[in-house]
Design a protein around this ligand. Structure first.
Ligand code: ATR
Length: 275
């Protein structure tokens, strides 16, 4: 996806995967900075660790408590920094700048794939782990109309509820299933990843026909039991591939300062993930 985007933008860059032990993350980031990498993406568990390791934190990373994109920047003058990927001559002094593009990707994915505008919507969110918490805060920050939180371990959903009430007091948030219809069901649990997994929700408490749309953050398999059941119930459905696409597209924009070629990146991603 990134190499297709980079090529389409005419950039002489390469996107490569490196396996780094969490204990070595600080050294690896320092190495990337000294070798004047344009930037890096980080995945679990490095995203949270990197918050303490970058020189500057963007508001997005501060808000979500996680860094998934680092941009290296060179000093141009006193206190003036420019993305390395946008400089013609490499500077002596380079700093790291941490961003988070995951949260924005959630909002963009549900709007583009399902036509759901978060502001004012009634949403049932399944899961209160790392992905669920981020999704809940993103929905709250976008003025979701009513948010219902369900998680196997109820106390974790309660903790997210309390945090939303304190940070976004105007948002209506409760734990437990809604009565009546919702605009969107969002699955942020890992149920559906493995063959034989059941549904991440209890259909006796919330029948799927009550949902206008269902988004599953899982993208492999392409159709989870939840999406299959939701489709049969007449809901609009989408899987998590678009979230992967949009967080990556945003990272490329952060590094390059150019609009990401979304359709080209989407095609490359689909080809790589689904063959
Ligand atoms: P991630 O970073 O992907 O969110 P996580 O923090 O481990 O990973 O969260 C996994 C989520 O899937 C949690 O909401 C978890 O529920 P618990 O908080 O009760 O653990 C949920 N989950 C995982 N396996 C599940 C199962 N078999 N049934 C129901 N929920 C499950």
């Amino acid at each position: 996806m990134q190499n297709a985007g980079v090529a389409a933008l005419g950039l002489n860059w390469r996107y490569l995967a490196f396996e780094v032990h969490p204990d070595d993350l600080r050294a690896a980031l320092e190495g990337a900075r000294l070798m004047k990498f344009v930037g890096v993406n980080l995945t679990v568990p490095h995203k949270v660790l990197a918050v303490e390791m970058v020189d500057v934190l963007d508001e997005s990373a501060r808000l979500w408590g996680a860094v998934n994109t680092v941009r290296f920047e060179g000093e141009e003058g006193r206190e003036a920094w420019r993305p390395l990927g946008q400089m013609d001559e490499l500077p002596r002094s380079v700093r790291s700048h941490g961003f988070n593009t995951d949260a924005d990707a959630i909002g963009r994915a549900v709007v583009e794939d399902l036509g759901v505008v978060v502001a004012g919507a009634r949403v049932l969110l399944l899961g209160a782990g790392g992905a669920g918490r981020t999704a809940a805060f993103k929905l709250a920050s976008e003025s979701v109309g009513q948010l219902f939180l369900v998680n196997r371990t109820g106390e974790k959903a309660k903790a997210v509820e309390r945090e939303i009430r304190s940070r976004w007091p105007s948002v209506e948030v409760t734990t437990g299933y809604p009565s009546g219809a919702v605009d969107l069901v969002l699955n942020a649990t890992s149920l559906g990843l493995r063959p034989g997994d059941g549904l991440p929700l209890d259909e006796s408490q919330f029948p799927l026909r009550q949902a206008g749309a269902v988004y599953d953050m899982i993208y492999r398999p392409a159709e989870t039991p939840l999406l299959k059941a939701a489709k049969a119930a007449g809901c609009r459905v989408a899987n998590g591939l678009s979230m992967l696409l949009y967080q990556g597209a945003k990272a490329l924009e952060i590094w390059s300062g150019k609009a990401a070629p979304i359709p080209i990146m989407r095609r490359a991603l689909e080809k790589n993930v689904y063959g």
